[in-house]
Design a protein around this ligand. Sequence first.
Ligand code: HEM
Length: 397
Amino acid sequence: MEMMNDAPAAALADPQTFIRDEAHDQWRHLRAYRPVAWTPEPDGPGFWSVTRHGDGERVLRETSLFSSFEGTTLEANRWEDDPAAGKMLPLMTAPTHGELRRILLPYFSGRRLAALETEAAAFVGGLVEDCAAQGRFEVTDMLGTRIPTHIAFGLLGLPESDEAALLPTVRDTLSCDEEARTIADAELLLYIADVVDQRRRRPGDDAISAVVSAQLSVGKLEDEAVLLTVLNLMTAGLTTTRLAITGALHALITHEAQWRWLQTQPEVPGSAVEECLRWTSPAAAVVRTASGDAELGGQRVRIGQRIAVWIPSLNRDESVFDNAGHLRLDRSPNRHLGFGTGVHACLGMVLARLELRLLLDTIRRRWKHLESAGPVERLGSLVLQGIDRLPVRVASA
Ligand code: HEM
């Protein structure tokens, strides 16, 4: 009987499901038959999987019952308390979270970003030309890593001279090779620790200096929280946007009519950017911990249990999106939850949208043809999902 089939939920705890691109099959099954499903873990206590848009939206919004304090990924807070609990923006709770977020918001606002746009457009234009000159290249290396890194450097006021040297590290923070990932995480932490030190000595008008000097009702942030918050500000935007970029190009290759349509538009419609975000949904399981017993989608969730909100599944919920399994760049309305929702909704969404719009706009004007040039490799992670390697061939317009 469908109701008793535990396999689809259990498959979600296995990274191989993501490498083999089978997660959407499991999510579709769960949305239909077990929208809130207990998911056993081979090396952990297990968690609830939430796959419908409505339930997921509720979990993300009800912060008093579903807390992010103890961690927001399935990697954290498995058996023991996470040492980072409460120490970076996504893991902070009221009132500290709101106070720090209000201090940081201006640095990620449309106005701030407008000042970066001309330079960013020129940078993206140069990269897209380089790609066309190469003819055949790998998207994550050439675009997915470089664009978000360059823009993060500009936004955070980091020295341009460090950018090229840091690219391989940034590339490896999200890698299929676990050892490379561990080394890259450590290198990035060291780099950030150095930057934080410099900003303590010479503060500037940037988000890092704002974290260092933030005066909250609890006082200043302790050193470890400053470091983790700044590290999070940097990495949150790099890996997610990279997956959105690589995933968007893959979507255009596999939906040729949509690519042709985009090329005929006078400019990139906002709907195309939103549909790429819905389609790629880089954030996979966004996790909360129940701070009390709760009823959720007909199940009893107990205090202390973890709840994984599977964002890519919410974004393909057939009851919210017409033809949910089809890419439609003119989709409207599009209530995707790719950036989460509620008080922890993505701080960098204006930036991520800008990066995608610039890229789509440049390639649709400068590339005539875009096609696959080899097998795609996907990440095996429950935290972020998407394409790690995408070899392509392009021809200039
Ligand atoms: C396509 C790209 C991106 C996606 C899909 C994405 C997705 C998300 C999601 C789903 C959340 C909510 C997490 C939760 O509720 O626990 C989030 C939060 C956050 N994102 Fe993004 N993000 C993207 C780009 C960026 C960028 C460019 C930045 C720039 C720094 C950024 C910084 C953050 C921060 C700081 C938070 C925590 C906000 C808070 O807790 O108040 N993200 N993001």
